[in-house]
Design a protein around this ligand. Sequence first.
Ligand SMILES: NC(=O)c1ccc[n+]([C@@H]2O[C@H](COP(=O)([O-])OP(=O)(O)OC[C@H]3O[C@@H](n4cnc5c(N)ncnc54)[C@H](O)[C@@H]3O)[C@@H](O)[C@H]2O)c1
Length: 247
Amino acid sequence: MRLKNKNILITGSTRGIGLSIAHECAKEGANLVIHGTKPEKVNEIVDQLKKIYPTKIVGFAYNIKEFENCQNLVKQSLESLNSLDVLINNAGITKDNLLLRMSEEEWSDVIQTNLTSVFSMTKAISKSFLKQKSGKIINMSSVVGIIGNAGQANYAAAKGGINTFTKTIAKEFGAKGIQCNAIAPGFIKTEMIDTLPEEYLNTIIKSIPAKKLGSTDDVSKLVLFLASNESDYITGQIISVDGGMNI
Ligand SMILES: NC(=O)c1ccc[n+]([C@@H]2O[C@H](COP(=O)([O-])OP(=O)(O)OC[C@H]3O[C@@H](n4cnc5c(N)ncnc54)[C@H](O)[C@@H]3O)[C@@H](O)[C@H]2O)c1
């Protein structure tokens, strides 16, 4: 078991990539904090996971756009599991529009949900990681944060921000036993990309060297490695899982 007795908090783990990460980690012996926006959904997922895995699994609903909510999420998680070993900043949204049509609200919603929350969660957990002289932070970025994408100025800026935030935290905490890495997925089959028109997706697929979309498993297998002690000497990296899209 690669994550036996590890306590892992995964933001946005009620569906998609986050839920896949939850399964992967629990399968390897980790205790989990499941998180999402709706309490009923969080409870439903916690109940489902508990039926499959014998590890300790709890769940909390908070809108992580607010700094105080992030503090409370970390506080409640620490109270429930006594300590945390891994934080996975996975929650994210898209509100796509071309720059000329993008509203201030679309910009700030995406920046707050995708980038400010990563700052808030990392800051909230840092005291306990520093005290125990260990901890792993895994941030969910995107290929779009590396190469940009028309219609996603807000999302690209947030994910690009995550990339340099990741390197900065790796430098600040490197000597304290804390690693911080980011994963940059390409287009992964989840509800997030369900809304994209088929024609657009087909054009995207043609531009991917692997000529296919990725699966949530492709991402969660890498998370498993980064959450385990196998990755102890890896920090400040942005690792692409994109079928070669950013080459
Ligand atoms: N699907 C892709 O193709 C793809 C590609 C690159 C990066 N990503 C990134 O991976 C992560 C997960 O994506 P996904 O496709 O699984 O998305 P998804 O929409 O299926 O799931 C998003 C999760 O985030 C949670 N969430 C959203 N806003 C929140 C808020 N304000 N407060 C609390 N929770 C909130 C949702 O409840 C949900 O659990 C995101 O950060 C996304 O940007 C996805």
